[in-house]
Design a protein around this ligand. Structure first.
Ligand SMILES: [Zn+2]
Length: 287
């Protein structure tokens, strides 16, 4: 194993996902001299167009959006210090139920074996010590995130060299805090600065319904403190400012963002090192 650098590979669905859920670990491990490889599966063409235009709406030019998002992704990689960016280039499948799910070339309509074979080639080339992707529900049910999980787990059976494999997740305590901040910085047209919180002691009527995602805190196996890299993570997300869903996080500002998102959490789903759980480092047992 000494013939190559320790390597982290993150497999993500869209440009910007690398920043949201793994920007901290990518920046931290890059700073520690670990080689970092990002695999982004789709072109992000179903993302927001200028002015927030959605697919099918006027002003939504999928090719232009894909090009812009590739540039944003490259900027994010520079900020996070990612050594290698690999693009699988599948078509963005859009949200579950959208016509784009079944469009020719969409990631969702691609047989798992096809994507897995391509990813296995990358795993054989880079021989990652740690692989990170989403859980089986793609964290929140997005078809491209689910597909990223499927091709990753299938690729790992073909290129069975990786000692540690993780799925990204969020502890329920963090989701609760996230819900509070969503109400505070929500995008429902309310201007947080004008709201008198004291007038609304029971704001649950307008509470944002969070989907049943994440895990009870005690089921998180791995907590990685990347708060020292919160600024880089924020800046990486800022590089993806064309996407409306990121505006919410950016509105928090660096400090609040780092407070909420600075510690990244994972479930270890494969391990050959025997490292005790819970752990604080994806590379425990490997160095
Ligand atoms: Zn995504």
């Amino acid at each position: 194993m000494a013939d190559r650098p320790l390597t982290l590979m993150a497999v993500h669905a869209h440009p910007d996902d690398e920043a949201t859920s793994t920007g901290g670990v990518l920046a931290r491990y890059a700073a520690e001299g670990i080689r970092t490889v990002l695999v982004t599966c789709t072109d992000g063409a179903c993302g927001d167009g200028p002015g927030g235009a959605k697919p099918g709406e006027e002003g939504h030019d999928p090719a232009a959006i894909a090009e812009l998002r590739r540039q944003e992704l490259e900027a994010s990689c520079r900020i996070l210090g990612i050594d290698h960016l690999e693009l699988l280039g599948y078509g963005d499948s859009g949200m579950m139920g959208w016509p784009a799910n079944d469009a020719p070339g969409s990631f969702w309509s691609t047989p798992v074996a096809d994507g897995a074979a391509r990813l296995a080639d990358l795993m054989l080339r880079y021989r990652p010590d740690v692989v990170v992707t989403y859980d089986e529900n793609g964290f929140y049910g997005h078809p491209d995130h689910i597909q990223a999980n499927r091709i990753t787990m299938a690729a790992l059976t073909q290129a069975a060299l990786t000692p540690k494999v993780y799925w990204t997740t969020a502890p329920h305590s963090m989701m609760q805090r996230f819900g509070e901040l969503m109400r505070e910085f929500g995008t429902d047209g309310g201007d947080g600065a004008d709201r008198a919180d004291g007038d609304n002691p029971e704001p649950t009527g307008e509470a944002v319904e969070l989907p049943p995602i994440g895990l009870p805190d005690e089921e998180i196996t791995t907590w990685v403190d990347a708060t020292a890299f919160g600024g880089q993570k924020y800046d990486a997300l800022l590089a993806h400012a064309s996407q409306g869903e990121n505006i919410f996080f950016l509105k928090m500002g660096r400090e609040r963002f780092t407070e909420l998102m600075g510690v990244e959490t994972f479930v270890r789903v494969l391990d050959t090192t025997g490292a005790a759980l819970p752990e604080k480092d994806l590379f425990t047992g490997l160095r």
